[in-house]
Design a protein around this ligand. Structure first.
Ligand SMILES: O=c1[nH]cc([C@@H]2O[C@H](COP(=O)(O)OP(=O)(O)OP(=O)(O)O)[C@@H](O)[C@H]2O)c(=O)[nH]1
Length: 613
């Protein structure tokens, strides 16, 4: 990911977000930052008139919020986190500062002031690096602010009151939430949108880059930046570029992007030395601790899915914990705990009105969502979870080495014999294929083919995508009879197009349907070598010269942009093949002009053309 190097600078540090704002939590966790949330108890009561500008007020409030948390944590444990982040968002109309409304009348006053006009949204941010020495807390504060200008449309009284009565304004600076209903009030935004939502992510990354990658001394610099590096230069910043591994922030905390570059080659201060590792305390193993808890997070997700929590909140949210408990017919205390953990995991948002789904949850964890992954969650919970509990035994006894440490159990072997298990598996594949089918279908231009056969095509998601992309293509889905029998239940409004047909059969035994193009999507990795070669040679003999074979498989993690899940999958299936291995495999079975392309984050697609025998 492009911004990884700069966010990654915090990955081994104990980072605390001193904010109760669910939006800030979501923005930062979406950016890949790992942190603990400790809401600040600092009362936003600084004397506004004593600040020269509205943003100075926001910056100071952000700093006080972060320092309060650092101080409190240090007092409690005699040890502070490494970094505390505080933020404060305000709306400014000229010199007047608007914060969160205290009641509906206040919200009305604010929104009336903004009506039909332009205003500024400022978020002040403080990044506090902490270090405790001899029981004393040392802090070094970097602070900055970001300004975005927003223009409201002319809005009627009726609309303003309708909006106020929705309850949305109450916990939002200026009385509106641009990311939700409040977006309808806004005609124009100039600047960073996320800054209005509560956290200027882009400026934050630039600030991290400034702190952790101080520019080289002038003579050594390849590129001269007028100020701080732009976001699109972050990916070029390697550990070595700054002159060593994780040098920690530069000695100059300063006022963020406001100040010109100083002489960064000065000797670092005492705090810097500590952050550089001169102190013997090792970095806080946040990543490791999170790995240890990873299984709990998965189980929380699976449980919430099983209880249909996200469906309830989609239809009736926001809801208080007691109401959710009633709807789920569950215990109130337990439900509240589950809800709060879901908030911490970024699966839910919590406001004074209750709990509601986040954007990602709405997209992927609601049953009837187009891109629902509920089937995959259900399968992982009911099946894969159990398989992984015998990992230790499988590693010790070397079970099923050919297909990964976990091998194949009798249970898996008989998967197709149980209707419920088959359905579970199909639902999981259906969920996943919806995410990947478009990438697979469009990784190459397949318009030269007139017919395709998706071997092991399951519920026909990829077939549908192929038919959609290539208007002249006839597609056959070929799969085991029990799968084909159940596949009808997955077709919305019947079989989606007349150009798709479903044919039952076993690709190891039965004649393959005729086609110009054979497709194997996420199939090869499931089979040991002997079966794999058998399958490929059957396809090769069935394929006419000039015909094609399209293989989609998990990309290896080492490849840029690949996700970690294929590597985990090697424990239950095989090792992902490299592009060269794929090329050789297809060539060995008579395919030439083998081309390889990435298809999204998960898959690699390989296309070969059948040579004349
Ligand atoms: O368009 C939007 N504008 C603002 C917001 C949210 O408004 C609040 C601003 O309040 P503050 O900065 O004081 O932060 P708190 O929520 O009180 O949390 P702290 O614990 O950090 O003080 C903020 O939540 C923004 O996200 C919005 O959502 N949309």
């Amino acid at each position: 990911m492009v911004l990884c190097p700069v966010i990654g600078k915090l990955q081994h540090k104990h980072v605390v977000l001193a904010s109760a704002s669910p939006r800030r939590q979501e923005i930062l966790s979406n950016a890949g930052l790992r942190f603990e949330v400790v809401p600040s108890r600092f009362k936003e009561k600084l004397h506004k008139a004593s600040f020269a500008t509205p943003y100075a007020y926001a910056v100071e409030t952000a700093k006080q919020k972060a320092l309060e948390v650092a101080g409190r944590m240090h007092q409690k444990d005699l040890r502070a986190p490494d970094v505390v982040i505080g933020a404060d968002t305000i709306v400014a109309v000229g010199a007047t500062i608007l914060e969160k409304p205290v009641d509906k009348q206040d919200a009305y006053r604010m929104l009336s002031r903004l009506n039909g006009k332009e205003h500024s949204v400022f978020t002040g941010v403080a990044i506090v690096h902490c270090c405790s020495k001899d029981g004393r807390l040392d802090t070094e504060v970097s602070e900055f602010y970001e300004e975005t200008t927003v223009t409201f449309s002319e809005l009627s009284e009726e609309l303003l009151w309708e909006y106020i009565n929705s309850g949305e304004p109450m916990d939002k600076a200026g009385g509106y939430g641009i990311q939700a209903l409040g977006g309808m009030l806004v005609e124009n935004v100039h600047g960073d949108f996320l800054n209005v939502v509560g956290f200027p992510l882009n400026h934050f990354c630039k600030e991290l880059a400034r702190l952790y990658y101080p520019p080289r001394p002038e003579g050594l610099r390849r590129v001269k930046h007028d100020s701080i590096p732009a976001v699109d230069t972050f990916e070029n910043l390697s550990d070595t570029e700054g002159g060593g591994s994780d040098p920690g922030p530069s000695a100059e905390g300063g006022r963020g992007g406001e100040e010109a570059d100083g002489d960064r080659s000065q000797a670092p201060g005492a705090l810097d030395a500590a952050l550089n590792g001169a102190e013997s305390r090792p970095p806080f193993p946040t990543g490791l601790l999170e790995l240890m808890d990873g299984f709990k997070a998965s189980k929380v997700l699976f449980t919430a899915c099983k209880l249909k929590l996200f469906d309830v909140l989609k239809d009736q949210g926001p809801l208080k914990a007691v109401d959710v408990a009633r709807k789920l017919d569950a215990c109130a205390g337990g439900t509240e705990q589950l809800l709060d953990v879901c908030v911490a995991l970024g699966l839910l948002e919590k406001t004074h009105r209750g709990y509601s789904n986040t954007a990602v949850t709405t997209l992927h964890l609601v049953s009837d969502a187009e891109h629902s992954l509920l089937g995959l969650a259900e399968y992982n919970d009911a099946h894969v979870w159990g398989v992984f509990t015998r990992l230790g035994l499988a590693v010790r006894e070397g079970a099923g080495q050919a297909r990964g440490a976990l091998g194949v159990t009798e249970e898996e072997e008989h998967l197709s014999q149980s209707r419920e298990m088959t359905l579970q598996f199909m639902r999981a594949m259906h969920s996943l294929s919806k995410l990947t089918a478009h990438h697979v279908a469009t990784a190459f231009d397949l318009s030269r083919f007139t017919s395709a056969c998706d071997l092991g095509g399951c519920t026909g998601i990829l077939a549908r995508e192929l038919a959609r992309e290539y208007p002249h293509l006839q597609v056959t889905v070929f799969d085991l009879p029990e799968v084909i029998e159940l596949s009808g239940g997955f077709q919305r409004g019947g079989r989606q197009t007349e150009r798709i047909r479903f044919v039952p059969g076993d690709f190891f035994k039965d004649n393959l349907p005729e086609a110009d193009l054979y497709v194997l999507s996420r199939i090869l990795q499931d089979w040991p070598d002997d079966r794999l070669h058998k399958l490929l040679s059957r396809i090769s003999s069935g394929c006419k010269p000039g015909g094609g074979l399209l293989v989609a498989e998990a990309a290896a993690e080492e490849e840029e942009g690949a996700s970690r899940s294929p590597r985990l999958r090697t424990l239950s299936a095989g090792q992902p093949r490299s592009p060269d291995e794929h090329r050789r495999l297809l060539q060995r079975h008579g395919f030439r002009d083998v081309r390889v392309a990435r298809a999204g984050d998960l898959l690699r697609v390989v296309l070969g053309t059948r040579a004349a025998p």
